[in-house]
Write a protein that binds this ligand. Structure first.
Ligand code: PGA
Length: 268
C-alpha cells in the first residue's frame, strides 16, 4: 500500500445473496465501513439485488453523514441496449445505482469463454457508462508452474490497457491468480508484490502518471488473517474478496486491516 493511493476493498459476492439477505449484508458492511475513514469499500451483489442494495447503502450513508459505499455489477454486456437476451448493459447498471463493475473475472473467462478482446470491449463500455471498471487478470496453476505468470497477466492487461489508460486512474486492475481463488491457497505477499510491480511497470510504459494513480488489487483467498501482510506490500492497493466478503464480520476484519495500514497510529 502506498500512501498516495486510497486503499480499495471490494467484495465479490458471486452468485450469493441475490435478495433480502443481500440488503442485510450490504447494510452491515456499510455500517462497518462508515467507521473506517480512509478506505474505499465496494460490494458486488448479483444483478437481482443491485438496486435494493444501492438504495440501502445510500440510506446508511445519509444516516451516518458519510458518502455511501460503492456498489458494483459483476459483469456487463458491451452494448448499451438491444436484442441481447439475458444480458445487462452499463447504462442499466448505472440506473440500478452502481458506480463500479467487475470485468474479466477468471470464472467468466474460464466458465463462460470470455476472451481478452471481449474484456477489453467491456472495459471501454464501462468507461463510456461512467462506471469504474475493476479489470481482473491472473494466471492458472499450469501457467504459473510453467513460468508463464507474467506473460499471461501482462497479455491480459495489455488487451484492456488503452481503455484503462483512458480512465486516467478511475479504472482498477485486480490481480487474481486463478489457483488462489476459493481454494484457501493465497499467494505469498512477495509473490503478489512481484506481479503487482510488473503490472505497475506496464501501466507506466503507457503513461508514468497512470502507474502512479491506478490501484492494483490482489484477490484470491484474502481473509482477515492474511490481509495485513498482503496489503502491506507497496504495490498492493487493496483486495478483491470472494468467500470472506459473504460475512460482514469477516469482511470487516479486512476493512480494519486496510484502515490500520492507511492510517497508522500517530499519523495525523
Ligand atoms: P476468494 O475469491 O476470495 O473466495 O478466493 C476471490 C474472487 O474470486 O474475486
Amino acid at each position: 500500500m502506498h500512501k498516495s493511493r486510497i486503499p480499495l476493498i471490494a467484495g465479490n459476492w458471486k452468485m450469493h445473496h441475490g435478495g433480502a439477505s443481500g440488503v442485510e449484508l450490504a447494510v452491515a458492511v456499510a455500517e462497518r465501513a462508515s467507521e473506517l475513514a480512509g478506505v474505499e469499500v465496494v460490494v458486488a451483489p448479483p444483478f437481482t439485488a443491485l438496486a435494493a442494495v444501492a438504495h440501502a447503502v445510500e440510506e446508511v450513508g445519509q444516516k451516518r453523514g458519510r458518502p455511501p459505499i460503492g456498489v458494483a455489477g459483476q459483469n456487463l454486456y458491451p452494448e448499451p441496449k438491444g436484442a441481447f437476451t439475458g444480458e445487462v448493459s452499463g447504462p442499466m447498471l448505472k440506473e440500478a445505482g452502481c458506480r463500479w463493475v467487475i470485468l474479466g473475472h477468471s470464472e467468466r473467462r474460464q466458465l463462460l469463454g470470455e476472451t481478452d478482446e471481449l474484456v477489453a470491449r467491456k472495459t471501454v463500455a464501462a468507461i463510456a457508462s461512467q462506471l469504474h471498471p475493476i479489470v481482473c487478470v491472473g494466471e492458472t496453476l499450469d501457467e504459473r508452474t510453467s513460468g508463464k505468470t507474467l506473460d499471461v497477466v501482462l497479455r491480459q492487461l495489455r488487451a484492456a490497457l488503452d481503455a484503462i489508460a483512458s480512465a486516467r486512474g478511475a479504472a482498477v486492475v485486480a490481480y487474481e491468480p486463478v489457483w488462489a481463488i476459493g481454494t484457501g491457497k493465497v499467494a505469498t505477499p512477495a509473490d503478489a508484490q512481484e506481479v503487482h510491480a510488473a503490472i505497475r511497470v506496464e501501466l507506466g510504459k503507457k503513461d508514468p502518471r497512470l502507474a502512479e494513480v491506478t490501484r492494483v488489487l490482489y484477490g484470491g483467498s484474502v481473509k482477515g488473517e492474511n490481509a495485513k501482510d498482503l496489503l502491506a506490500q507497496v504495490d498492493v492497493d487493496g483486495a478483491l474478496v470472494g468467500g470472506a466478503a459473504l460475512d460482514a464480520d469477516g469482511f470487516g476484519l479486512i476493512l480494519r486491516a486496510a484502515h490500520a495500514l492507511a492510517s497508522p497510529p500517530g499519523s495525523a
